[in-house]
Design a protein around this ligand. Structure first.
Ligand SMILES: Cc1ncc(COP(=O)(O)O)c(C=O)c1O
Length: 402
């Protein structure tokens, strides 16, 4: 045990940065209320156990419910036995393996692109999809509601940035009309907005973008596996997707794995392999992750019943929420926010739901626009109708008490 004088001198030696971290209000509030970073000790189907209590998982993005599918689990096990646990290196140096290329070829084919590169996180992939192609002197036009990974990519690129109103092609058009045509431009959007559950008006945005010769980056993390007649994502609504230069996304949602992808023309993906620091200097995704994602991609094509059940569940859940007159921000997808408005109320309702065995997650400003504090829920093919009825019942009671 340190003496009081020793303790004092240790405290005195703290750097101003450590002091700033210790005094950070957001961290203190998080630790006081504990709304995030839970540690379930067990998981079965759509349920997790926290402190021995069974909770219905309503916040994960396992849209197709494939994370425990026997074929996905078996593929992961086989890959682990065949290749070991890790490539322990970056692709460029020593990390590329046949299973990376197989996954990339399957993804490219499925997305209708010539080539694809996988990275070890969706965040990294989406950030890279912007930072690799935008550079100082360029202009990035971005929907103001995009995910943090895309903002990180924009910051890293040092390009100038202009935000356009969420899902408003006319605003994009207005901004473009004021800009010098000779400046290289990128348009950056999401196919499905992860908090709002909104689908981008892709065709209209592409038309505006084409008129101004913009490079188009689509993050389809939440559309991939969910939308389109085959689960190909938001591009399923287009006649042709070759006007989209880059489609990036995550393997941690419908693909029930971990990792991310960037798909585009051969020339663009080869350029990325030369220039993306996140690819060159970061270890490749593990054998098991790649195998699980590749199998999930096959299941998406071979077993349409998962997507059908996902959409059945989504329609049913939204009907229940509409009956309760809850504001779901006009969500068009299985990502269903419940707007609460005000972070104190969001916290109370979230806590009440937790006490009733329903696991949701709160998103508060600045992660969402001010006054749009929300509980984010996401429907999975794995939920049963009874599960969703339980959520509606719990929401009804929690809102009455708040
Ligand atoms: C739109 C969007 N892009 C990228 C990501 C990052 O994906 P990952 O969690 O696989 O890193 C997310 C994650 O939630 C997301 O919602």
């Amino acid at each position: 045990m340190a003496s009081p004088s020793k303790l004092k001198s240790v405290l005195r030696r703290r750097s101003s940065i450590e002091q700033r971290c210790r005094e950070d209000e957001a961290t203190r509030a998080r630790l006081r209320y504990q709304p995030w970073y839970h540690h379930p000790e067990k998981q079965e189907g759509a349920h997790v156990w926290i402190g021995g209590k069974r909770m219905l998982m309503m916040s994960s993005n396992d849209y197709l419910g494939l994370s425990n599918h026997p074929r996905v689990v078996e593929a992961g096990e086989t890959a682990l036995r065949t290749w070991g646990s890790s490539t322990t290196g970056a692709r460029l140096a020593n990390g590329s393996r046949a299973y990376h290329r197989e996954l990339e070829e399957d993804l490219a084919l499925f997305l209708g692109k010539e080539d694809c590169q996988v990275l070890n996180a969706g965040y990294l992939a989406c950030m890279t999809a912007v930072s690799t192609f935008a550079q100082k002197g360029d202009l990035v036009l971005v929907d103001r509601n995009v995910h943090s990974s895309l903002w990180s990519g924009i910051s890293l690129s040092s390009a100038r940035v202009e935000r356009f109103a969420h899902n408003k092609p006319s605003d994009l058009q207005d901004i473009l009309l004021t800009e010098d045509r000779s400046i290289p431009k990128l348009v950056v959007i999401e196919g499905v907005y992860s908090m709002e559950g909104h689908i981008a008006p892709l065709q209209e945005l592409l038309e505006v973008s084409r008129d101004h010769n913009c490079f188009f980056v689509l993050d389809d993390a939440h559309g991939f596996g969910v939308l389109g007649d085959r689960g190909q994502g938001t591009t399923g609504y287009l006649d042709r997707n070759n006007e989209i230069d880059i489609i990036c996304g995550s393997l941690s949602k419908s693909m029930a794995s971990t990792g991310g992808f960037i798909a585009g023309s051969k020339a663009l993906v080869e350029y990325l392999r030369t220039h993306s620091k996140q690819t060159i200097f970061s270890a490749a995704i593990s054998p098991a992750q790649a195998a699980c994602a590749r199998t999930a991609l096959r299941l998406l094509q071979e077993e349409p019943e998962h997507r059908e059940r996902l959409w059945d569940n989504t329609r049913y859940y939204k009907r229940l929420l509409n009956q309760l007159d809850l504001d779901i921000w006009e969500s068009q997808t299985p990502a269903v926010p419940i707007i609460v408005g005000g972070k104190e109320r969001a916290y109370r309702i979230w806590k009440n739901l937790m006490d009733r065995g329903i696991f949701t997650v709160i998103a508060i400003a600045p992660a969402v626009p001010p006054g749009r504090d929300l509980l984010r829920t996401a429907v999975s093919a794995r939920h049963s109708r009874e599960d969703l009825e339980r959520v509606a019942e719990a929401l009804s009671r929690a809102f009455k008490r708040s």
